[in-house]
Ligand binder design. Structure first.
Ligand code: HEC
Length: 416
């Protein structure tokens, strides 16, 4: 999946909403502000950093970091967590690969929060924004926001709770999408969500009305709904960014398509609700390359997984391993046609239940005949795998590759 460049989101409605969500950001950088004088305060200096860098995950939950009263007692823990680089979380081995969406705080940002602690955690005046950090990128505005017409009710003690929502699009000619984000209103309710582009020729879920949420009634109906081959526009999982294509690249949405949002709600002890929305940013011009999101075939827990070979040259844009194997890290390699492999990402075991995506700073070339290998790497002494909420998802995920515009989706990978 594509992504956040430094951790801000699609600006859905107003600047206030900016902070929520893992994220999408344009590459434009704000101009450097001069060092400011005077004491560092929460409202003047610290809040904007937390808003952009932390609240995607810490707006609520067990460690809310939104208001002064929430943040002040945690000041020391925050400084410790950011200096040790434990927060924001990032599991890629720094020795392998460089990533455009690494949410690493700048030295400047760390310094501001440290000085705030050292200076006595002053509140300052609400609305007095003084410190606009140079590293904070300008958010990208969505051109189109589609919202579920009413909240989806989630029953208590739900199991394998999948919903489908068909969202109509107004496109009468092919459009190119450079960024997309799925935004649940109730993040804690969502296990994961996938936004598909349904081609006008696709028969998938045709019997369902647009706008009406569909909950498959039994295992057979669920299996039918999940057996999808349509293209993926964006994926949401706790911790993951939205999708952002590198410059000059975009995803295609054919004329007459609509969107299908699939949401898997996590098992919940209490009844709750969620009203998801999705945002799309349209590319200003025809891109040079088309980005396609491909699913990893489902792997047997703990066994290496290799994709089918490429039929064309391509660029590997990003990797989004979703795994629910506690204590198991992952190595990703590009396997060249001759058999030589090149490591592109090493992910440490998932310790806090987050599913991050990794967007390469420079997309990695892959050649015709090449493939991608995912090797699970159990940490020394780790217990054998324990399936999560849904046992068929112990090792799954997506990779984004870019191909020439004339390459059809069916001609990207060799058939089985
Ligand atoms: C991608 C999601 C995510 C982002 C972004 C994030 N955190 Fe966290 N953070 C977590 C999770 C998950 C935990 C563990 C559960 C909890 O305490 O909520 C955590 C825990 C913490 C804790 C308490 C435990 C510890 O490790 O010290 C602090 C303090 C913290 N985060 C600070 C921050 C700050 C400051 C930022 C922004 C600079 C930030 N986090 C960004 C997900 C995130």
């Amino acid at each position: 999946m594509g992504v956040r460049r430094n951790g801000v989101s699609l600006a859905f409605r107003s600047a206030l909403l900016l902070a929520c969500a893992g994220a999408i950001v344009a590459s434009a950088q704000r101009s450097k502000t001069q060092a400011h004088s005077g004491a560092v305060t929460f409202h003047g200096d610290v809040a904007p950093i937390l808003e952009r860098r932390c609240q995607g995950c810490h707006a609520d939950g067990s460690t809310p970091l939104a208001t002064y009263n929430e943040v002040k007692p945690k000041a020391e823990a925050i400084v410790e967590a950011i200096k040790s680089r434990r927060m924001p979380p990032w599991f890629a081995d720094p020795k392998v690969g460089e990533f455009a969406n690494e949410p690493r705080l700048s030295a400047d940002e760390i310094r501001v929060i440290e000085s705030w602690l050292a200076g006595g955690t002053l509140a300052g005046k609400a609305g007095m924004l003084r410190h606009v950090l140079a590293s904070t990128p300008e958010p990208l505005s969505p051109d189109l926001v589609l919202t579920a017409s009413k909240p989806l009710a989630i029953e208590a003690n739900n199991a394998l709770d999948y919903r489908y929502l068909i969202l109509s699009l107004p496109f009468t000619f092919d459009r190119w999408i450079r960024a997309a984000e799925i935004r649940p209103s109730n993040r804690r309710a969502v296990h994961h969500a996938v936004l598909y582009v349904r081609d006008p020729r696709s028969k998938w879920l045709r019997e369902q009305a647009a706008g009406e949420p569909y909950a498959p009634r039994d295992a057979e109906a669920l299996a039918r709904a999940r057996a999808v081959t349509d293209e993926v526009l964006a994926v949401y999982a706790p911790g993951a960014d939205g999708m952002l294509c590198p410059d000059g690249m975009a995803k295609r949405v054919p004329a007459g398509s609509d969107l299908v949002l699939q949401i898997h709600y996590a098992r919940s002890a209490e009844a709750t609700a969620d009203q998801p929305e999705v945002g799309l940013a349209i590319a200003p011009e025809t891109p040079k390359k088309r980005v396609v999101t491909l699913p990893f075939a489902k792997g047997a827990a703990g066994r290496p997984l290799t994709t089918r070979p490429l039929l064309v040259d391509a660029l590997l844009v990003s990797l989004f391993p979703r795994t629910y194997l506690p204590g198991v890290g992952a190595d990703f390699d590009i396997v060249e046609p001759g058999g030589i492999s090149e490591p592109v990402l090493k992910v440490a075991p998932n310790t806090i239940g987050l599913q991050l995506n990794y967007a390469f700073k420079s997309p990695r070339p892959m050649y015709k005949g090449g493939a991608l290998r995912w090797t699970p790497r159990p940490a020394a002494g780790a217990a054998a795998s324990e399936p999560g909420d849904d046992s068929d998802e112990s090792m799954t995920g997506y990779y984004d590759i870019a191909v020439d515009l004339n390459v059809s989706t069916q001609r990207i990978l060799a058939q089985q």
